[in-house]
Every structure is written in structure tokens, then in C-alpha cells.
Ligand binder design. Structure first.
Ligand SMILES: NC(=O)c1ccc[n+]([C@@H]2O[C@H](COP(=O)([O-])OP(=O)(O)OC[C@H]3O[C@@H](n4cnc5c(N)ncnc54)[C@H](OP(=O)(O)O)[C@@H]3O)[C@@H](O)[C@H]2O)c1
Length: 243
């Protein structure tokens, strides 16, 4: 049976993704900073879907430990899904370099360097699949969240290059670009209901895109068109918009 590693497994989206894959018979390895938070998830996945589920500690910002952490996994995954992220407050990131670094490291540096380690293994084995969550926020910088957005943009470019590199090894890399999703990350934001997806909808989209070996997934689908319009707005006009 195939094993799916989910990094940032306490996220609302990650939890929905875990159930989506478990429903289709995949064993699940949940990785998060606090494994105590995952105990009930492990039991739940096991009871509801009859798959093997386990949990392991992982902090994507501990860059120096990535290689030994991965080498220490008793069974290597067939699919690696990177969900971890941190938005923080834009004003705080502007004022505090360490806070900005936390945003950049959690959304970009930590995820990219960990995926490099996993990619090297998949490349050598000529098998495996990588799924990673960036954001539509990475497609155009806005004053309200450009530090988070620039980290997501870096991650999009990283995944594009990784996909390019791994294509000759038969390892697909899926870049996931969610728009608004109702989760712990966004609970304090006034999101427009009509454009806001549930974690379960996003997880369903991810599973389908993974099965089809797609390269880029906008979720929900309408974000492709929203972002096409937003990216076409001339810089002179965009500057004046209060976004
Ligand atoms: N919600 C949205 O509207 C939206 C839109 C676009 C993209 N996204 C992206 O979707 C992904 C999931 O976010 P979410 O909405 O489900 O929010 P969430 O529930 O806040 O999930 C964020 C996850 O990242 C984990 N994390 C933070 N720092 C970490 C670290 N150093 N090492 C390992 N894990 C770490 C958190 O773990 P802890 O429990 O340890 O804090 C949490 O599980 C993120 O990458 C986010 O940027 C979300």
C-alpha cells in the first residue's frame, strides 16, 4: 500500500487531505511540530478508513535537521504533501525582521529545503509524487500581505523548477494555488462567503489533480480566472487600488 507523508499535518487543509487519501486506501504519515495534536487524527484515520496512520515530529524551520529526519524514516513515502504555512500580520512582518523571516522560512525556505531532500530520493528511485501548497497570494504582491505573498511566489518558482528537473525521472510535482479557504489561518479575516472554499473542497480538488498528474491546481477553479484578471491590471492602476 502507498504511503502519503503530510507535512504540516495539524492544518485544517492537511487534515481534510489526509482523510481524502485515506478514503482511497493510502496509509498516512502525519508530520507536525506538535505530535500530541495528532493523536486523535491517527486514531480517527485508522478507525474510519482502516488504513495505517502514524505521526512524527517535524518543524520545517529546522533546516539543518531535514536530511537526518528524512533518512530516519523507517518507511519512505510514495507521495509527499507539503502543507505547512504561516501568514502572520503584514504590519508585524514589516516592523520585525525576525517575524518576516518566520513567514518566509515557514512558507518558502523550510518547505523548499525539505522537499529538496525528498526529491533527491524520489529522483534516484524514479518514483514518487510531490504535492505542495502555495497560494494565489504568490501571483501578485499586495500591500496587505506581500511578505507572505512573496514567500509563496518564491515557492511557486521553486516548484516550477523542481517539476522541470523531475519530469525526466517520472516524478510529478503538483503546485496547489488555493484562493480563500475557511481555516484557522483565516478565521479572523472577513472572507467573502461566495469565494471561500471549505478544506474538504480543497482536499477533493487536490486528490483529483494528483491522480491526473496535473502540474498546477487552482482551487477552487474560478481562481484561475480571477487571478488572470488581477495579473492583467496595469501597475499604475494596481498601485491605486486598496488591495
Ligand atoms: N486558508 C487559506 O485561505 C489559504 C489560502 C491559500 C493558501 N493557504 C495555504 O494552505 C496551507 C494550509 O493552511 P491552512 O489554511 O490550513 O492554515 P492552518 O490551519 O493555519 O495551517 C498551517 C499549518 O502550518 C503548520 N506550520 C506552521 N509553522 C510550521 C513549521 N515551522 N513547521 C511545520 N509546520 C508548521 C501549522 O502547524 P502548527 O499547528 O504547529 O501551528 C499548521 O498545521 C498553508 O500553506 C497556507 O499558506 C491557505
Amino acid at each position: 500500500m502507498s504511503l502519503v507523508l503530510i507535512i504540516g499535518a495539524t492544518s485544517d487543509i492537511a487534515r481534510a487531505v489526509a482523510h481524502q487519501f485515506a478514503k482511497h486506501g493510502y496509509d498516512i504519515l502525519l508530520a507536525a511540530r506538535n505530535t500530541d495534536d495528532l493523536a486523535s487524527d491517527v486514531t480517527d484515520l485508522n478507525i474510519r478508513h482502516g488504513v495505517k496512520a502514524s505521526a512524527i515530529r517535524m518543524d520545517v524551520r529546522e533546516l539543518e535537521l531535514h536530511r537526518s529526519w528524512y533518512e530516519g524514516l523507517v518507511i519512505k513515502p510514495d507521495v509527499a504533501i507539503c502543507v505547512s504555512g504561516y501568514m502572520g500580520e503584514q504590519s508585524q512582518s514589516q516592523a520585525d525582521s525576525l517575524e518576516a523571516m518566520k513567514v518566509i522560512d515557514t512558507n518558502f525556505t523550510g518547505c523548499a529545503t525539505l522537499l529538496e531532500v525528498i526529491a533527491a530520493d524520489f529522483e534516484e528511485q524514479k518514483k514518487g509524487a510531490i504535492v505542495a501548497i502555495s497560494s494565489v497570494a504568490g501571483l501578485r504582491g499586495r500591500k496587505s500581505n506581500y511578505i507572505y505573498g512573496s514567500a509563496k511566489a518564491g515557492f511557486i518558482a521553486f516548484l516550477s523548477g523542481l517539476r522541470n528537473r523531475l519530469s525526466s525521472s517520472g516524478v510529478p510535482v503538483l503546485t496547489v494555488l488555493p484562493g480563500f479557504v475557511a481555516t484557522r489561518m483565516t478565521e479572523s479575516l472577513p472572507l467573502p462567503g461566495i469565494l471561500t472554499a471549505t478544506p474538504q473542497q480543497v482536499a477533493g480538488d487536490i486528490y483529483k489533480a494528483y491522480r491526473k498528474k496535473k502540474s498546477i491546481l487552482y482551487t477552487r477553479w474560478y481562481w484561475r480566472w480571477i487571478m488572470t484578471i488581477i495579473r492583467c491590471i496595469p501597475e499604475g492602476i494596481f498601485r491605486k487600488l486598496n488591495l
